[in-house]
Design a protein around this ligand. Structure first.
Ligand code: NAP
Length: 474
């Protein structure tokens, strides 16, 4: 077998492992195996590519090692971020992926242009290069903006920034960039081609920024997933430019999984792609004056624990606040205490609770809560009227009944966990602040709702302690 054939074989195995990785990651029982096979696939891909370099231009290892060292220096701290920061960390990865694709496309174009090579700059290759730099560079700036918005970087406004004619301006930029791309395909060796190429890069970079500013912070996780799809597609284009089959297949897997994930998120929020991308969701919602006079009913952990101890069914609804407080291990203690007393306990999992799909599942799995007691939204809602207690731990938007009842609400139509249909509701949060969508929640004002104010970890710990029969509240 020739050296080239060995590399292709490695690529084939890597592709198979990437596919298995996605397959395995879709089930908690096999997810760990999925992660390992993804890592193994990437290691094989890198090994195959390095072997290919050795076959061709062996003298470049120094540069590769330097890039490897720089990449590791950036990658290591990125791997240390807390779970709640994973969406913005992921956006940064997409930004680097987009930048890499854009730079490779740029290098290839100027290399071939410099050589005056018509054979290299075939219409097909120029189309691939144009797609690569357009998607790559807009993913780069778009992802940086998205990460900045999620991280709440001061100089990037969280709220959507809109102005009249915005969509026309954005569309105009895109059309201009595409027109330049078409001109380059028609005459890639023209004397104006390098200038047109650089203009196309500038337009793509600007488009990435302008595309993100009208989108509110609340929609960023969905946008990041869409950018993931763009980064994948730019990798596909790069695969065609470099004639690398693994890049084509891995990019296609990346692109399609990003797209599927964004569709899942849009469905869970009852929104369309167009609405996410152009809807300026999360613009300041006028505060409802009628709500100001009303009060929450605070209660103590002691009486909440008492009621739960006598309950037949307790449904726990975790949300972003549980993740912020890292309360999952206390939740496990509470679960154990309730189980010990013969109470049935179920966890109601909303598909977009927290800040990324599967966020609650990961945290509860970390605390080793049996997976069978995690119930998807559609399955638990039928049981909510039988729940004696709904215990809401740092969830807000995903239990907001306005989604069902108030056609004027920005979240109207979003499927929710019907916590309001439980007999009694206890809600744990620190203050009267709204959730991610920035809107009031009627649920907290119901006659049967009681607030347990405080940090989720402390309050759930106290509930578990009360149930364990230990005295003293702090
Ligand atoms: P949420 O609406 O953001 O509400 C979280 C609540 O937790 C807040 O009201 C906050 O109130 C409370 N909280 C924060 N820190 C806390 C702490 N340490 N202890 C106790 N409570 C704490 O969260 P959610 O109900 O999980 O809804 C998720 C939101 O993210 C939805 O709007 C969803 O559309 C959006 N989103 C999610 C995804 C995804 O993939 N998961 C994707 C796109 C968008 P206090 O400040 O008063 O404590």
């Amino acid at each position: 077998m020739s050296a080239g054939a060995h590399v292709q074989l490695l690529y084939l195995v890597a592709t198979g492992l990437f596919i298995l990785s996605l397959r395995w990651m879709s089930d908690p029982a096999t997810a760990r195996r999925g992660v390992f096979s993804g890592v193994a696939a990437m290691a094989l891909a890198v090994a195959g590519t390095l072997a290919g370099v050795a076959g061709g231009h062996g003298g470049h290892y120094g540069w590769i090692l330097l890039a490897f060292a720089l990449g590791s220096m950036l990658g290591y701290p990125l791997a240390q971020v807390p779970l709640t920061a994973v969406p913005q960390r992921t956006a940064l990865s997409h930004a680097f992926g987009g930048l890499a694709a854009g730079l490779v496309g740029t290098a290839k174009f100027f290399l071939y242009h410099g050589q005056g090579s018509r054979e290299a700059l075939t219409p097909f290759i120029v189309v691939a290069i144009a797609a690569e730099i357009l998607l790559g560079f807009l993913t780069f700036t778009g992802s940086l903006m998205a990460a900045g918005k999620l991280q709440e970087v001061k100089w990037i406004p969280q709220r959507p920034v809109t102005y009249p004619g915005q969509n026309v301006v954005n569309l105009g930029l895109l059309v201009l960039a595409l027109a330049l791309g078409v001109a380059l395909v028609l005459d890639p060796l023209a004397p104006w081609a390098p200038a047109a190429f650089l203009a196309m890069i500038a337009l793509s970079l600007a488009f990435g920024v302008l595309m993100i500013i009208p989108i509110g912070g609340a929609d960023m996780p969905t946008v990041i997933s869409i950018l993931n799809a763009y980064a994948g597609l730019s990798a596909v284009a790069m695969g065609f430019v470099l004639n690398n089959k693994l890049l084509i297949t891995a990019g296609a897997l990346d692109g399609s999984s990003g797209l599927i994930l964004s569709i899942i998120m849009c469905k869970a929020m009852n929104r369309s792609f167009a609405n996410v991308l152009f809807g300026a969701f999360g613009q300041a919602v006028p505060a409802a004056a009628a709500h100001e006079a009303r009060n929450y009913k605070p209660d103590t952990a002691e009486s909440a624990a008492q009621l739960m101890a006598e309950a037949g069914l307790v449904v726990i609804v975790p949300g972003y606040g549980m993740a912020v407080a890292q309360a999952q291990h206390r939740v496990r203690e509470l679960y154990d205490q309730l189980k010990k007393r013969g109470v049935r306990v179920k966890f109601a999992i909303h598909p977009v609770a927290g800040r990324m799909p599967g966020h609650m599942n990961v945290l509860l799995a970390e605390a080793e809560i049996p997976y069978d007691d995690l119930v998807e939204m559609d399955d638990i809602n039928g049981e909510m009227p039988q729940a004696d207690v709904a215990l809401i731990i740092g969830a807000n938007d995903v239990v907001n009944p306005a989604a069902r009842t108030d056609p004027g609400s920005p979240i109207y139509g979003m499927p929710i966990i019907d916590a309001d249909r439980a007999r009694t509701i206890y809600a744990i949060k620190r203050s009267k602040n709204p959730g991610f969508a920035g809107i009031e929640n009627e649920l907290y004002y119901l006659d049967k709702t009681f607030m347990l104010f405080g940090d989720a970890k402390a309050v759930v710990g106290e509930l578990a302690k009360q149930l364990a029969g230990e005295s003293g509240m702090h």
